[in-house]
Design a protein around this ligand. Structure first.
Ligand code: FMN
Length: 195
């Protein structure tokens, strides 16, 4: 049986949800992380994501929030994750809108999600963005290049055609598996090439 670590020894993952399409990715990721006994999730949801949650899912906000260990208000600039002294393994922004990409690329931290991403970069921690837009303008591409140069992983939700997926949930699982791999989290059902 898995030994539960005391809370202070658990690893912390900051999860940001912004207003790009694809919020089921974040919800599925949070559901998976809730089953990981060694990890805490620290969740911040943008106003844009509140809209997409309502439009794309049957989840009420409190049902999404209940999937996380801790939830922060987007306007709470003094929340734990706003400080580099609050130790985390890093941050995932899933899905990540082009507005949020632009905000991080410019260091324009006018909400807690942007500030937490800024902190993740300045502390040289792992920052994974799941940007979702099509087509991409030169502005989007320049912002993403700046972020890649600053050390972030840009992992758009690319369909895994070779994995034999039969549903949106199975497709999401392959995308999430690749994202969590960046934090050393092994996901049941994640298919590695020729493994
Ligand atoms: C249904 C819906 C889908 C959207 N999809 C995207 C998207 O895929 N990518 C994107 O960059 N913006 C998308 N947007 C626009 C963003 O939500 C909008 O730019 C918002 O201001 C982003 O703010 P945030 O990053 O603070 O959440 C979408 C908006 C709505 C209402």
């Amino acid at each position: 049986m898995d030994q539960q670590l005391p809370s202070q020894q658990k690893k912390r993952l900051v999860v940001g949800m912004s207003g790009a399409s694809g919020v089921t990715l974040a919800i599925q990721l949070l559901r998976i992380m809730k089953e990981c006994p060694d990890w805490e999730t620290h969740l911040v949801i943008s106003k844009g994501a509140q809209t997409t949650i309502a439009l794309e899912t049957d989840y009420a906000m409190n049902q999404v929030e209940q999937l996380a260990t801790a939830v922060y208000d987007i306007g709470d600039h003094g929340g734990n994750i706003a400080s580099g002294t609050f130790h985390t393994a890093g941050m995932i922004i899933i899905p990540c809108s082009m507005k949020t990409v632009a905000g991080i690329a410019c260091g324009y931290s006018d909400n807690l999600l942007l500030r937490a991403a800024d902190v993740t970069l300045k502390e040289r921690r792992t920052l994974v963005l799941v940007p979702r837009e099509s087509p991409l303008s030169t502005i989007h591409l320049r912002n993403m290049l700046a972020l890649a140069e600053a050390g972030a992983f840009l992992m758009p939700p690319v369909a895994p055609y070779y994995s034999g997926v039969n549903s949106l949930e199975e497709m999401n699982l392959q995308i999430i598996g690749k994202v969590l791999d960046k934090f050393g989290i092994e996901l049941n059902g994640f298919k590695r090439w020729r493994n």
